[in-house]
Write a protein that binds this ligand. Structure first.
Ligand SMILES: Cc1cc2nc3c(=O)[nH]c(=O)nc-3n(C[C@H](O)[C@H](O)[C@H](O)COP(=O)(O)O)c2cc1C
Length: 313
């Protein structure tokens, strides 16, 4: 009797290997998914930025190397100053490729095929740039960017519509992110169209005047689309705590443009790494100070954002 009780009550040996410990708790594939989500690195993606060589001579190569060191995705812009293949040669981390949709679909098709050959994992279709916003600083400076804007406005497909997703699916065999969603209604349409992710984005305030602050869109969009599409919050990330806020409100990850560009401008690749390390350290500190252990455990009640936005200072 005592023997059989002992065999029933026998404690399992303590598992010292953390990977084995995690796997022991996974009863099915859904459990593995949950564990994987908790373990994913810094929930951040480097946003596509054109003409990045303006910030440092290495440009996109510096940024891509910095992202790879932090094990976060780097998104190469269609307007990059380095070729897809050059970036692939120096970046062994995850790479995404951003697409502006040219009227000339032959050109877009060629870019998609080069992105696939270079190992890009996802494409990011930017949908907020049917024509280029009026960058008044460029106008005042009478800079070459104004001519570029005219060129772009002539080349980009202003008739882009939801139906074009079929064309992309026929020419790209991987995840699709729609970047530039700015309303709950469009987020729902994107989920209905079964894209993999949406980047809520106002293009860093460079396109539509009076566009919504992206952080304010995250919660209503998350409520409307549920788990049907991943949400990326793009814009205004200057602190690790901004990432925590966006994720708590329902984003899967954030994208950042200026934060890494400032780092690049300050000290090239090393500067971009420094910017990402700052965001990472701030995020960890904010997690600790708010008593949070896993990004996947963050919930909206952590954020008193509505009250603080509406209360007078
Ligand atoms: C200098 C610069 C160039 C950009 N170029 C592109 C681009 O080529 N394609 C694109 O989809 N978005 C572009 N963006 C927008 C970024 O991808 C991103 O949406 C924006 O920077 C996010 O805001 P943040 O700078 O506050 O992080 C650019 C932004 C900046 C600042």
């Amino acid at each position: 009797m005592v023997e059989s009780l002992r065999s029933v009550l026998q404690l399992r040996p303590i598992q010292l290997n953390p990977a084995e410990r995690r796997l022991r708790k996974a009863a099915n594939i859904d459990d593995l998914r949950t564990i994987a989500r908790r373990r994913l690195p810094l929930p951040l993606v480097l946003a596509p930025t054109g003409f990045t060589r303006v910030a440092s001579p290495g440009g996109e190569l510096d940024a891509a190397r910095a992202a790879a060191r932090m094990k976060i995705p780097f998104t190469l812009s269609t307007m990059a100053t380095r070729a897809i293949e050059e970036v692939a040669a120096v970046c062994d981390g995850p790479k995404w490729f951003q697409i502006y949709v040219w009227r000339d679909r032959g050109l877009v098709k060629d870019l998609l095929s080069r992105a696939a050959s270079a190992g890009c994992e996802a494409i990011v279709i930017t949908v907020d740039t049917a024509l280029l916003g009026r960058r008044q600083r460029d106008v005042r400076r009478d800079s070459r960017a104004v001519n570029l804007a005219e060129y772009i406005n002539a080349q980009f497909d202003q008739a882009l519509s939801w139906r074009d997703l079929d064309w992309f699916r026929a020419n790209w065999d991987g995840p699709i992110v729609l970047k530039g969603i700015q309303t709950v209604g469009d987020a729902v349409l994107a989920a209905d169209a079964a894209v993999d992710a949406i980047a809520l984005s106002n293009h860093g305030g460079r396109q539509l005047d009076g566009a919504p602050a992206i952080l304010e869109l995250v919660r209503p969009v998350a409520d409307a689309v549920g788990d049907r599409v991943e949400i990326i919050c793009d814009g205004g990330i200057r602190r690790g705590s901004d990432i925590l806020k966006a994720v708590a409100l329902g984003a899967r990850a954030c994208m950042t443009g200026r934060a890494f560009l400032y780092g690049l401008g300050a000290a090239g690749q090393r500067g971009a790494e420094h910017a990402l390390a700052l965001l990472s350290a701030e995020l960890r500190r904010t997690m600790a100070l708010t008593g949070q252990r896993c990004m996947s455990d963050l919930t909206p009640d952590l954020i008193a954002w509505r009250d603080t936005l509406t209360e007078p200072c």
